[in-house]
Design a protein around this ligand. Structure first.
Ligand code: HEC
Length: 116
């Protein structure tokens, strides 16, 4: 049997490399998808009182969060958590989240369009 030509070996190398790259990219995409899902699930815990993805519905007693400045949201959440801002429910709710989770929620809601 003849040895594979240089061209065949080169081609095999290129193919193996790109297969590796493709699976790395797929894994990364899957990871981002999982993170997005995790974030949406976390944000859904606020939907009952703040609307889906923080969008208040006209005529409903909801306090919209979508599109508010990230800094403002984060400051309020931390102020509820520390008791610095008086609240009826938010001081209790925010205690169930870590500062990192509250920061992520502030970022998430700030990035949502206020209307869809
Ligand atoms: C049970 C209803 C309820 C849930 C669930 C809830 N909130 Fe609230 N939220 C309120 C109420 C009521 C206020 C007004 C302050 C108060 O009295 O607690 C408020 C106020 C806020 C404010 C201040 C808005 C402003 O204009 O200053 C932010 C920010 C906020 N909530 C974020 C969240 C986030 C993030 C979650 C999910 C982790 C969440 N809330 C879950 C009821 C809720």
């Amino acid at each position: 049997m003849s040895r594979p030509s240089v061209a065949t070996r080169w081609l095999t190398g290129v193919l193996l490399c790109s297969a590796g790259l493709l699976s790395a990219t797929a894994a990364q995409a899957q990871d981002q998808g999982a993170q997005r899902l995790h974030m949406r699930a976390l944000a859904a815990t606020c939907a009952q009182c703040h609307g889906t993805e923080g969008r208040a519905v006209a005529g409903e007693a909801l306090i919209g969060l979508a599109g508010m400045p990230q800094d403002y949201l984060q400051t309020q959440l931390m102020a509820f958590r520390s008791g610095q801002r008086q609240a009826t429910v938010m001081h209790q709710i925010t205690k169930g989240y870590s500062p990192e989770q509250l920061a992520a929620l502030a970022k998430y809601f700030a990035a949502q369009p206020a209307q869809k």
